[in-house]
Write a protein that binds this ligand. Structure first.
Ligand SMILES: Cc1cc2nc3c(=O)[nH]c(=O)nc-3n(C[C@H](O)[C@H](O)[C@H](O)COP(=O)(O)O)c2cc1C
Length: 673
């Protein structure tokens, strides 16, 4: 054990381990992340630069993919492994990563009924013709010939991976993809040898494991990724997952990678509301069932937590996917005890999961360089400038950090007594607490840079000009927009921002006007008032103090009666696709009434008068919370126009949008200075 590791106390995380006979320098695994950097499947410089940077950061193992094993397996932007034509590019990738001494595995992937016919150009295949609620498509039931062909595709892809220099392969049997579909009684209705009881449903996945083993030989590591629990009613649970893992071990698999549920589950798997390491118990159960190394996955943004899970024996390795998109240097920083310097993934999904679902390449809110490593090198600027940034929200902070990193002399003005801007409010909402991590991370970076921070300074144009700046970045954010509704000035009308900041009292019967992100989150915030917290719940469960029904009620029924009234046909339009359903589901579970298509006519002492589906209705309330959007706060920019040559307007001050856009704009503007 060297001193660097000693210092971190993260000894388990940095203790080498072997998978089969592959030695890993530490126990941090970058799991498969479909990045969409490979049009038509061919390896690009973007992909290589992305992984090389993670390898240089000291990760123990990189799993590349998913790599569709054949033309039914997945879409054109995934890493190709279905044909020899992909081997030269893959070889370039493995060689580049190996230069940093980091091994790679290729994930052998087949989405089955999760494939989209529009992307694969044919009807998807699955064990049975059961419609997918994810794609709304019904697949074609695989014939025996299809089954054999697919088996060969897995085996051929595995030997291709080996030829391309990968050090291991991982078979994807999780998340509701093809092999999960064979395992589940919900999607496998077959009456041949591949369907029926669990033993028969495991037949195909186990045949795949054996065929892959045969293709790569006895000494080559084979990992299988499984769902620790499908989290789909009537599907497999952790009990079946353990049985499957045991069988896989028997089939010669060298490690089991345990993730959470299916894409179709209604249990959030990777959103911000999922507690860090929440699914470690799933790996823990599998680990009790097998003797090969077990990888635990999902929401390990904190290396100290990862180390604790290893120490406690719930897993042997920890997967960190988005955390390594967020900070490629996470392993090195953790190893050197520089935990504060880690830029933490906050599981916002704005740049990664949301992008994938809209067929865009993966990016990252907290790391604007992700996926653009080659394009953006943080080099010193050719001419060093005096830069004034006005506004200490995410856009302004990122601009200040990046400008300072490039050598500019930066002064950052913030009107309030603390940095963070709107993030401070957003982080108050239930399930959004992780945004506080983003504030801490940005603050830490600003402090580590040589930025002069002037808090509680409202930057007037004369104050800015007194600084004699070469460039000014205006990131003054937005302010709540006040709708022109009669009665809006009444005393029982408060702003969502004030409620989240705990600066406004709310009564018992609450109407939130506006069902965008802020409206939904403030509604959840109010609806949770009076519910019990996690320690109280644990205490009550341990002591069997209440029935399960009462416990559920205590968690989801607070003391307020909340209604959200929205003009548009849908609520949460500005929440990312992969998070929106979880927020709407939470609102329903907390008993929040949601009214869409409502046009508010007047605010009355006893509530809100609105036309809903062409009918006038009084929605009773003693408090009305306004969440009716944000207006750009750009007056300073107007004042400085023509007086500063190099003047920029960014973030919400330009157009109110998501934190992702704000940070990106801050970064890009500073890269151009
Ligand atoms: C954009 C994106 C793409 C992903 N693609 C895959 C994939 O192709 N195969 C797979 O097994 N898991 C995939 N995952 C799941 C990740 O491997 C990982 O389990 C998940 O992100 C949770 O871990 P994290 O919190 O460490 O990111 C993907 C996740 C994201 C966010």
């Amino acid at each position: 054990m060297d001193q660097g590791i000693e210092a971190t106390k993260l000894r388990r995380l940095f203790t080498p381990i072997t998978i089969g006979n592959l030695r890993l320098a530490n126990r941090i695994v970058m799991p498969a992340i479909h990045l969409s950097y490979t049009p038509q499947g061919f390896v690009t410089d973007t992909l290589i630069e992305f992984y090389v940077e993670r390898a240089a950061g000291g990760v123990g193992l990189i799993i590349v993919g998913g790599c569709p094993v054949d033309e039914y397996g997945g879409g054109p932007f995934m890493v190709g492994l279905s044909d020899d034509e992909f081997v030269p590019g893959l070889t370039r990738l493995t060689q580049a990563v190996h230069e940093h001494g980091v091994p790679l595995a290729a994930q052998l992937y087949h989405a089955g009924r999760y494939s989209l016919s529009a992307l694969i150009g044919r009807q998807p295949l699955a064990p049975s013709a059961v419609e997918s609620s994810l794609t709304r498509e019904t697949p074609r039931e695989m014939s025996t010939e299809d089954v054999h062909r697919t088996l060969n595709s897995f085996a051929n892809a595995a030997s291709r991976a080996k030829r391309a220099g990968f050090d291991a392969v991982e078979i994807s049997a999780s998340a509701g993809y093809l092999l999960s579909q064979f395992l589940s009684p919900l999607t496998n209705l077959r009456e041949d040898d591949y369907g029926g009881d669990l033993e028969s449903r495991m037949r195909f996945p186990l045949e795949v494991a054996r065929a892959v083993r045969e293709a790569v030989g006895p000494d080559y590591p084979v990992i299988v990724r499984i769902a620790g629990n499908d989290f789909v009613s009537g599907g497999n649970t952790s009990r079946e997952a353990c049985s499957f893992a045991r069988e896989l071990e028997g089939a010669g698999v060298d490690a089991i990678n345990v993730t959470g549920g299916w894409h179709e589950t209604r249990v959030p798997q990777i959103t911000m509301a999922v507690p860090r390491g929440a699914f470690s118990y799933l790996a823990g159960r599998v680990k009790q069932a097998v003797n090969v190394p077990v990888i635990s996955s999902n929401r390990y943004s904190d290396p100290a937590l990862a180390d604790r899970v290893l120490r406690q024996g719930a897993a042997d390795l920890i997967a960190m996917g988005r955390p390594l998109i967020a900070d490629p240097e996470l392993p090195r920083k953790a190893r050197e005890g520089r935990l504060d310097e880690i830029i933490r993934c906050v599981a916002c999904n704005q740049g990664c999961f949301d992008h994938i679902f809209s067929l865009e390449p993966v990016a990252c809110l907290v790391n604007p360089r992700a996926g653009q490593e080659g394009r953006y090198e943080l080099q010193r600027a050719a001419s060093l400038k005096k830069v004034v940034v006005v506004g200490g929200g995410p856009a302004g902070m990122e601009a200040a950090i990046t400008a300072s990193r490039r050598g500019h002399r930066v002064t950052l003005f913030e009107e309030h007594g603390r940095l963070g801007g709107q993030l401070n409010l957003a982080s108050m909402a239930p399930g959004r607490e992780e945004l506080g991590t983003l504030i801490l991370s940005l603050c830490g970076q600003v402090e580590r840079e040589d930025v002069e921070i002037r808090l509680a300074h409202r930057a007037t144009s004369s104050l800015v000009l007194e600084c004699n700046p070469d460039a000014v970045v205006v990131a003054t954010g937005g302010e709540p927009a006040i709708p022109e509704i009669p009665g809006v000035e009444s005393e029982h009308v408060v702003q969502a921002w004030d409620v989240l900041a705990d600066q406004a009292d709310v009564g018992q019967k609450v109407v939130v006007l506006g069902g965008g992100a802020t409206g939904c989150l403030v509604a959840l915030y109010v609806a949770q008032m009076g519910t019990i917290d996690a320690p109280a719940l644990r205490f009550l469960v341990e002591n069997k103090a209440e029935s399960w029904e009462t416990l559920e009620e205590l968690v989801t029924r607070g003391v307020k009666d909340v209604t959200v009234v929205e003009m548009l046909p849908k609520l949460g339009k500005d929440i990312g696709l992969t998070t929106r359903w979880t927020v709407l589901q939470a609102l329903r579970r907390y008993g929040v009434e949601m009214i869409a298509n409502a046009s508010v006519k007047q605010i009355l002492p006893q509530g809100v008068l609105a036309v809903i589906d062409e009918q006038e209705r009084l929605v009773g309330a003693d408090t009305i919370i306004l969440a009716t959007g944000v207006a750009p706060h750009n007056s300073l920019h107007e004042e400085l126009k023509g007086r500063v040559e190099d003047l920029h307007l960014i973030g919400d001050a330009k157009v109110p949008r998501k934190a992702y856009d704000a940070v990106r704009e801050g970064f890009e503007v500073a890269m151009g200075l």
